[in-house]
Design a protein around this ligand. Structure first.
Ligand code: NPG
Length: 366
């Protein structure tokens, strides 16, 4: 496939409500979109890097810079999605930037071939059950009202952000209010240390599906030690940046569940490799989220439809984060979202809306 050029587009998307995690509060997303242009089709990729390097070391200005200076110039004139990874391999890290570029190339390729991303990846279903991520709140009553609203919308699983000082009480309150049948999990975003093991073990009383990333991203061995101290399954997010990391975590017993975020691990091809590895070892997967617009959300739904994704993910409806999405909004139906069936990611930006939220565009001739 011949690439004519690539557009880097920065958009600013206000969130419908502040989203607080253990590493900060988001009120809007500064998002980098990539549009790969070929003679036969255009492809879209969404870079999930945040404005600041708080979730991981990448941040959106850095992603734009590494794409502009190193990654896009490294692409050969003729390419397909399988060769992007090889062309970018000499450059270390920057997985979110690489993922966005590979995804945009893959989207253009699949649109040209008339194949959906879901079919390309091996999806086994046309709709996926949806969980929702609930931020750290100012009070328990506010939290209970928020969870009530999401359950009324039909979400099948609740994920509560936790941190030291906001963990046992909110989990207890939600479990007591909504009962033992509620699918409930927590996400610490690396806010604890192994010294907190006795405290974290008290979460075992609440029948949680999992505890996500309790310790630091590079604490793989410590997670393995923590897992022996808890009955709640440990799920890793930030620690897993590749299939190799997943293999190491499984071998060490650092996790029994993995949150797969294609941006974090370098793209959908690597996500498929993690899927196959996890299935071979009986490790459950679910698809995480990075507050994506409908562009990234569409691609994540294709991934979440793979057979190894056995737990509800964070692929929530567009309205969970955005009053107006840049694509036709993804809307929950009986707790599920439909997997796009069109070629490539199966959605296109609504150009009037996209133009309204666009801060800058930059064209790079390849
Ligand atoms: O549904 C979503 O898109 C967000 C899900 C979510 O909680 N993402 C968390 C996470 O750590 O997984 C996150 C929030 C903010 C920034 C990065 C990541």
């Amino acid at each position: 496939m011949k690439i004519t050029g690539i557009e880097l587009r920065r958009i600013r998307m206000p969130l419908v409500a502040p989203f607080r995690t253990s590493f900060g509060t988001e009120t809007e997303r500064d998002i980098l979109l990539l549009r790969v242009v070929t003679p036969d089709a255009e492809g879209w990729g969404e870079c999930v890097a945040m404005s600041q390097p708080r979730y991981c070391s990448e941040y959106v200005d850095g992603a734009a810079e590494v794409l502009r200076r190193f990654l896009v110039p490294a692409l050969p004139a003729h390419i397909d999605a399988h060769t992007v990874g090889r062309a970018l391999h000499p450059f270390k890290g920057h997985r979110m930037a690489k993922a966005a570029l590979e995804t945009a190339v893959l989207d253009a390729q699949l649109r040209t071939d008339g194949q959906s991303l879901a079919t390309f990846l091996g999806a086994g279903t046309d709709r996926v059950p949806c969980g929702v991520s609930v931020g750290i709140m100012n009070s328990i009553p506010q939290l209970l009202d928020t969870v009530t609203g999401y359950l009324d919308e039909g979400y099948v699983r609740i994920k509560l952000k936790i941190e030291p000082g906001w963990d046992l009480a909110p989990v207890r309150a939600v479990r007591e209010r909504f009962g033992d049948d509620l699918l409930l999990q927590v996400d610490a975003n690396a806010a604890y240390t192994l010294a907190d093991a006795p405290h974290l073990a008290r979460l075992d009383d609440f029948g949680l599906l999992l505890i996500e990333q309790p310790l630091a991203g590079d604490d793989m061995v410590q997670h393995a030690r923590l897992a022996t101290r808890l009955t709640t399954p440990v799920c890793l997010d930030e620690s897993i940046e590749s299939a190799e990391h997943a293999a190491a975590a499984i071998t060490l017993g650092a996790c029994s569940i993995i949150n797969v975020k294609p941006g974090r691990i370098g793209g959908y091809l690597e996500a498929r490799r993690i899927h196959d590895l996890a299935r071979a070892h009986g490790v459950a997967l679910w698809c995480g989220g990075m507050l994506e617009t409908g562009i990234g959300r569409a691609a994540n739904l294709a991934l979440a439809a793979l057979p190894g994704f056995t737990l509800p993910g964070d692929t929530s409806a567009s309205r969970r984060y955005y009053a107006t999405d840049i694509t036709a909004p993804f809307e929950l139906h009986e707790g599920h979202l439909e997997v796009p069936t069109g070629p490539g990611i199966g959605v296109d930006p609504v150009h009037d809306i996209l133009d309204e939220v666009t801060v800058s565009t930059e064209w790079i001739t390849v």
